[in-house]
Design a protein around this ligand. Structure first.
Ligand code: MSP
Length: 656
């Protein structure tokens, strides 16, 4: 009989920079799930890859003075690049797709044409706001505080001829999919999607699926001024990698539909709305599940290179070991919610769970078999009631673990294992084998007791394999488990270890870490790594287009004096200024600069404003103009300074 199949994917990562611990988190979770399914007997296809097109990459390559392909090659294949990182982290992906792979490029062109021929893609004009880092278009009403709703950064005005995908046609079917099935998980993410994007004012909007403002993308083959929108290009990776519209692979029938796409919460929108709509357009089966996991954050904020708060997985894996890092990521944070990363937490988890609880259980058990039985343990079967609780827990463990793993609740699955490990450590203290060892007549009982410990270790180790595969191999070696004593089936039965099992005591698998010393060293290492190659000051790119002099002269820049300033309620960023602009009537301007200034710092200052921009509403308040600031980045961090004028300049003085 053919094996049951399981197809699981990570998002494909942007190779615009080195990946950080947040990306590693998602890939490690997917790897644990893939390994778990293999363990339980599934024929697994685990896909990951890189999403290599788009304006951001084109810009980065330009900055670096290389072609976009050279740029991405370096980040994907170069020394300590993405492929190296996944190898280091012991990621067991079966396939790796790059969206610049020839077969994918050709397949996307065919897919785009099929949707166009069907009438689901049509030509129109795009007018609205554009967020460059997210490569997303937005309408004014979708902006939050005038900024990109996904990443909170500034957006630009955009107008271009473009192709659109008729998402509106599929709105009802997508809505039914989200509200009537368990397609999107955790279920708590459903309302946000439906309320914000489908049952919102105007309903689900058609999606702009081509670009003409840059060239680093897959050309629309029947209109090559356009390149395919990076998200349409990227989402289909899940199927081109199996052979959709190409001959490079032939596994579509076998593995599609995917069992689950693991994706971060900010890209759930693309996976839960547009991806199914694209597939509906092509009459293709939909993936069974999309799981939107939380972010690893630092001090409450998402890690990002531009904030300069990224954590380098290489440093951590090299210092603490790959398995310790893998374990920490899945043991500490519930997969569906955000988790606050810190080095303290990492070291504490390693010391408590791995060094103390698991490590000690293994080393105490094997040491006692060695000491009291010369390393080879007879199977004697002298049970006592003190064994009952441990045996009951160990026997029930696989079922409990499986229930959590099937829901992608890695933290809870590990929690079940560690409850049994804690119980086993307590069992050693309760039964005091060292006392029994002094009594020759209790030898058989002592052997049973130690057997129970090795059995518990064995069952826990089988179930830990998806998380810490290399360490589990070492533990199996130490407790002398044969191949058939390491299987999924064997984890359901207590008493599987063979008579005369030989232990091999080895080095501690998870040495204890001196937290204080280690934290100090880590800080120094991370500081040094942050500074490598990061210019102290980064400037915005210089304009390449000129404005004519008349247009420039129409801009009315004036000196304004701050009469009052306050934070706008419910907005993290906006400050509301009441300004004297010399006209005799107060002027109100809103500015998203709260991150940089407290209102009381600014009262009485003389600032520079442009006053003849059309008024704009933000958070229900009208803003009549814009305050001028100087912006740059320093060691990756955004900096902003309001332009402050000499207080001798009167309100209303024109700048020319
Ligand atoms: N290229 C798109 C995905 C296309 S999938 C068809 C993309 N790339 S990304 O590199 O920006 O992000 C890839 C994944 O990494 C996302 O799921 C994102 O949520 C995840 N993470 C990035 N930073 C993260 C954290 N700090 N924490 C957890 N996951 C995070 O989006």
């Amino acid at each position: 009989m053919e094996n049951k199949t399981f197809y699981i994917t990570t998002p494909i990562y942007y190779p615009s920079d080195k990946l950080h611990i947040g990306h590693t988190y998602c890939t490690v979770a997917t790897d644990a799930m893939a390994r778990y399914k293999r363990l339980t007997g599934y024929d697994v296809m685990f896909l990951t890859g890189t999403d290599e097109h788009g304006q951001k990459i084109e810009d980065k390559a330009k900055e670096a003075g290389v072609t976009p392909k050279e740029f991405v090659d370096r980040i994907v294949e170069g020394n300590r690049g993405i492929l190296d990182l996944w190898k280091l982290m012991n990621i067991s992906n079966d396939r790796f797709i790059r969206t610049t792979d020839e077969y994918h490029v050709k397949a996307i062109q065919r897919i785009f044409r099929r949707m166009y021929d069907k009438g689901d893609i049509y030509k129109g004009t795009y007018k609205g706001k554009y967020c460059k880092p997210c490569e997303s278009f937005w309408t004014e009403s979708q902006l939050v505080d005038g900024k990109c709703p996904d990443c909170g950064r500034e957006v630009q005005d955009a107008e271009e001829e473009a192709y659109f995908f008729r998402a509106s046609k599929y709105a009802q079917r997508v809505c039914d999919l989200l509200t009537g099935t368990d397609f999107l998980q955790p279920a708590s993410r459903v309302n946000e999607m439906v309320n914000n994007f489908i049952q919102c004012e105007g309903g689900l909007q058609d999606l702009c699926v081509s670009r003409t403002s840059f060239t680093w993308g897959i050309p629309v083959d029947f209109d090559d001024k356009h390149v395919v929108y990076v998200w349409l290009d990227a989402l289909f990776n899940y199927m081109t990698a199996l052979g959709l519209e190409n001959d490079a692979h032939h596994d579509l029938d076998k593995y599609w539909p995917a069992d689950v796409h693991f994706v971060g919460k900010e890209i759930v929108r693309f996976h839960a709305i547009y991806w199914p709509a694209f597939l509906m357009s092509l009459d293709l089966p939909l993936p069974k599940h999309v799981y939107g996991h939380g972010w690893l954050v630092m001090d409450g904020g998402k890690m990002s290179k531009s904030k300069g708060n990224v954590v380098d997985p290489y440093i951590l894996a090299e210092r603490f070991g790959v398995d310790a890092l893998r374990f920490f990521l899945l043991r500490t944070f519930p997969f569906g919610s955000d988790g606050n990363f810190s080095n303290e937490l990492l070291i504490n988890t390693i010391n408590v769970d791995l060094a103390n609880d698991l490590g000690n259980l293994v080393s105490r058990s094997t040491a006692m078999v060695e000491k009291y039985f010369g390393g080879t343990l007879p199977k004697t079967g002298v049970a006592e009631s003190v064994d009952d609780e441990l045996l009951t827990m160990a026997k029930a463990l696989r079922g409990k673990y499986e229930a959590q793993m099937e829901k992608y609740q890695f933290q809870s699955a590990l929690e079940e294992i560690f409850k049994v490990i804690a119980r086993a450590n307590k069992y050693i203290d309760e039964t005091a084998p060292w006392v029994l060892a002094k009594d020759e007549s209790r030898r058989d009982r002592l052997a049973t007791l130690l057997f129970n410990l090795l059995e518990t270790v064995r069952i826990c180790t089988v179930l830990l394999t998806p998380f810490i595969p290399e360490s589990c191999d070492k533990i199996f070696e130490q407790i002398g488990a044969t191949a058939c004593e390491r299987t999924w089936e064997s984890a359901e039965v207590f008493g599987v270890l063979h008579d005369g099992v030989s232990v091999r005591k080895g080095d501690a698998i998870f040495p204890r870490i001196d937290a204080a010393a280690e934290l100090k060293e880590l800080e120094a290492l991370e500081g040094a790594a942050k500074n490598v190659g990061t210019p102290a000051v980064e400037l915005e790119p210089y304009a390449t287009e000129s404005v004519d002099f008349d247009t420039f002269c129409k801009s009315d820049f004036r000196a304004v004096k701050v009469k009052s300033c306050e934070a706008v309620k419910k907005s993290e960023k906006l400050l509301r200024f009441t300004l004297d602009d010399g006209s005799g009537t107060d002027r109100q301007i809103l500015s998203g600069i709260h991150k940089f200034y407290e209102p009381e710092q600014l009262v009485g200052k003389t600032l520079l404003a442009i006053i003849n921009l059309p008024p704009r509403k933000m958070m229900g308040l009208e803003s009549c103009g814009m305050l001028i600031s100087a912006v740059h980045k320093e060691s990756g961090e955004e900096k902003l300074h309001l332009v402050m004028l000499d207080d001798a300049i009167p309100a209303g003085a024109k700048m020319c």
